[in-house]
Write a protein that binds this ligand. Structure first.
Ligand SMILES: NC(=O)c1ccc[n+]([C@@H]2O[C@H](COP(=O)([O-])OP(=O)(O)OC[C@H]3O[C@@H](n4cnc5c(N)ncnc54)[C@H](OP(=O)(O)O)[C@@H]3O)[C@@H](O)[C@H]2O)c1
Length: 289
């Protein structure tokens, strides 16, 4: 199972444990020391468990761009985190006590929306609770990455939404990130030609090592011209993690009947006035799905 981090302290011997709660909704950027606050909680133990519940010690937290959206008091695919509530977050944890021993014995590792907390009590019927299964050549943290939520997003986004096939010309934005890098690799495995977009020359180099046919740095002064040159044959599949100007450019280079996978729009998450594409009518003109 790779590299589970052994705890240096026995958390259960402490009188309290720590969590992080939402203190204030950010209007744009998160403000260190204001948006979140630390909370000290009385210790919990096996005697606090009801039948079917487990006590989990958080070992790793996944910190994802998607979390920024959960801080907005707005209708979305999950309800907003409430003020004073433990910050929502997916984690890898170790089961310290269990009243669901058949499925979650003490000492097993799980992924769950435990939140930003050292300890969490979780009902074993929770659909987001899973035992960690890592391939033999993997490591435990892969359960939050390539075989976890971001890997699955890339898998279903590229294959089911993008319907990628051999010979397609695919562009991936946010290509060096957790989701984007898996999306690029899946498209390559399916026989597509892949252009990755990322924010540094180092990432551009890494994307080529990963197997991308080409990669561009969107922070280059000549990016728009480079993008046009690299997409002269027009785009079959655009897997978008970024939105904003990159989406605008991709729409201008969409092939008829292309598929745009609207995975994320990270360039807009901290903006109080998010930018929509001006050339949205390309969706109609090019019959983009
Ligand atoms: N729809 C879903 O179910 C789903 C699930 C998971 C993730 N997502 C979305 O996928 C995207 C990537 O998430 P992830 O978890 O893979 O994140 P990640 O590994 O943290 O990658 C995020 C990367 O985005 C790039 N970025 C940040 N600000 C940017 C900006 N203003 N313009 C362009 N690029 C910017 C940065 O790379 P650079 O150095 O290249 O700028 C950053 O490293 C996010 O939009 C997220 O919301 C969606």
């Amino acid at each position: 199972m790779g590299n589970p981090v052994p705890r240096t302290k026995n958390i259960m011997s402490q009188p309290t444990y720590q969590s992080v709660v939402l203190a204030q909704r950010p209007k744009d950027h998160i403000i260190p020391g204001e948006t979140f606050a630390k909370k000290t909680n009385p210790m919990v133990s096996e005697k606090d468990l009801k039948d079917g519940e487990i006590l989990v010690e958080t070992l790793y937290l996944s910190l994802d761009p998607a979390m920024r959206g959960w801080l907005n008091d707005r209708r979305s695919y999950v309800p907003p985190v409430q003020i004073g509530e433990t910050m929502r977050g997916i984690a890898i944890g170790r089961v310290l006590a269990s009243k669901a021993t058949a499925k979650y014995p003490v000492g097993s590792y799980v992924t769950a929306y435990a939140g930003w907390t050292e300890l969490a009590i979780i009902d074993s019927s929770n659909p987001n609770l899973n035992l960690v299964h890592v391939p033999s050549n993997g490591k435990i943290t892969d359960a939050l990455g390539v075989v976890g939520p971001t890997g699955l997003t890339a898998y279903f986004g590229m294959l089911e939404v993008g319907q990628v096939k051999a010979g397609d010309f695919v562009v991936v934005s946010g290509a060096a990130g957790a989701t984007g890098s898996v999306a690029c690799q899946i498209a390559k495995l399916k026989g597509a030609t892949v252009l990755g977009i990322a924010g540094s020359d180092e990432k551009v180099k890494w994307l080529k090592e990963l197997g991308c046919d080409d990669a561009l740095n969107y922070k280059d002064a000549n990016f728009a011209a480079n993008f046009k040159a690299s997409t002269k044959d027009l785009i079959d599949v655009f897997f978008d993690n970024v939105g904003g100007d990159v989406l605008e450019l991709a729409l201008s280079r969409a092939k008829a009947h292309s598929r745009f996978v609207m995975c994320g729009a990270i360039s807009q998450y901290n903006s109080s006035q998010p930018q929509g594409p001006k050339n949205f009518s390309m969706v109609i003109a090019m019959r983009i799905k």
